[in-house]
Design a protein around this ligand. Sequence first.
Ligand SMILES: Cc1cc2nc3c(=O)[nH]c(=O)nc-3n(C[C@H](O)[C@H](O)[C@H](O)COP(=O)(O)OP(=O)(O)OC[C@H]3O[C@@H](n4cnc5c(N)ncnc54)[C@H](O)[C@@H]3O)c2cc1C
Length: 559
Amino acid sequence: MRRPTTLIILLCLRLTSPTSLTLTEAFLSGRSVVGGAAQITKSLSQLSSQSNPTTEGVLDLCVIGGGVSGLVAAITAAETSSKTRQSSSHPLSILLLETSDALGGRIRTDTSDGYILDRGFAVFVEDYPTSRRLLDYDALDLRQFSPGAMVKLFGHDGFLTKVSDPRRRHQDALMTLFSPVCGILDKLRLLPLFITVLTKSVDELFTMTETDAYSCLRSTYGFSDDFINTFFAPFLEGIYLTPLHYQSSRMLHFILKMFAGGNASLPRGGMRAVVDQLSDRAVGLSVNIQYESRVVKIKEVPLTSGCDGQAGQYSVEVESRSNGIQIIQARTIVVATDVDAAQSLLVDLRTIETSLSEELPPQRSVGCIYYAFQSPAPVIDPILILNGEGGRDTTRRNTKDYPINNVCFPSRVVEGYAPNGYELCSVVILENALAEHGNDNNSLDKAVRIQLATWFPDLSSDIIDETKWIRKEMYVMKNAQPANYHRGRDGCANVNGGRDCLTFRGESLPAGIFVCGDHMATATLNGALESGVNAGHAVVRVVSSTAIVELTSSYNIKA
Ligand SMILES: Cc1cc2nc3c(=O)[nH]c(=O)nc-3n(C[C@H](O)[C@H](O)[C@H](O)COP(=O)(O)OP(=O)(O)OC[C@H]3O[C@@H](n4cnc5c(N)ncnc54)[C@H](O)[C@@H]3O)c2cc1C
């Protein structure tokens, strides 16, 4: 609800008078991450009451959205500008606006009674190139999954078969060779697939002809439908949240390369450790963060004499719980929201208002149920477990009675995910199965328990008993991921390195407006990070008019 008072806040940032300097200091002193909403709101209010509302003053950069892409855009802009500007000039003034009460966007983690609950099951893929450059892996204290996966096959109740990578786990070579997950021909067909992903660079994989993932597996590599449905479908659908016909062959090759070359892991403190690391870094660079502040409109305003003509000038209308409506002015804007929110903010801009009428490819939803129970876990190995029951009978996966796509016991990967003596089970449910249960969480929970009980018959009575396997939380994430292939339509998230951040869905944006987010690159954490880097560099190019030097090394925390 909008409050009746409209607060006009003009921030003076390229200031020369002593009074202005005091105002800038007041602004900068309000930064904080935890409880930042209250603190920064206070300093913004102080500013507005002290300054003449008609005084010209604009931020260098306003970032809309505090997911990982927005944080990285802010960090990159701040770090790059500090390297390229003269020592006498001011650091960039950067404000990041986040609509919710915390940073992270789609990467959030809750804690409850000693359990760590990522909002939706996620894994940290260590080989993502931009993650490696940007993040301090030692500080994340990563704990690895076992390579490969266990598969629950149709008709094999109480038995899981292992599919492993013999290069990385020699001890599993025989088990994998004789696994009933597929016949010898399919096993042999894995060879050319793995040669492709291991010998080609990421860049090369993204230049290969693109088809949907099913056609690629079936026609290019010749895998049987049975093996595709038993293994590839639950594995890849658990990652890209959509049937193989709606996945890109580029994304298939990319993710297989990431898994074949490196580890999947979880940070010791849960996935939020990634966000905490980035937000600490942003705050250290004087990025101001304002929470519970939803941007409702971006408007172009006529350029003032104070501007150097390279950026635009924009007013950003922000609805904030504590301050009602604020108007913030900025020379550059990075829209770092999910694709739907980006579209609705950008469509209002004069220059592109007529061009974005075509419907967006649908984003994908996913559900995750967490169960807490007393040790031991039915599977001790820290490994992903796939529902391969849909091999011959495709009604046994992602349906009303068989809703499970994949299962994991995160407490086997990182002990701290559950208190001593207890375990945590996470069950992933894809959108078909979610839809079949409507909003009836109890009906979904019941179907999951019945299916799980057949997987682990020794524990079946505990699994069915709601006082023994306690449902800790059920998350349903709408807009969990942008489409990565949609019958060849443009605008899908399958672009290595990120697409041009000066355009949105092929339309040029007004000067000074940039877009980032996973929908601008690949539908992954890596894509979100790399698009944030691109947008941060673009901002500095505009704001400082200084040639960008290649600063890759400055992101490399580890030597
Ligand atoms: C359950 C789940 C599991 C996943 N698992 C994996 C995985 O294992 N591996 C992997 O690589 N990727 C995974 N992903 C994908 C990955 O998390 C995302 O690609 C990435 O986090 C996207 O980051 P982003 O910054 O682009 O967008 P977001 O995280 O969506 O950030 C956008 C931010 O903008 C804010 N915002 C929106 N509108 C406004 C507005 N009007 N004003 C102000 N703020 C606004 C939002 O609140 C949000 O904080 C998973 C995603 C989900 C949901």
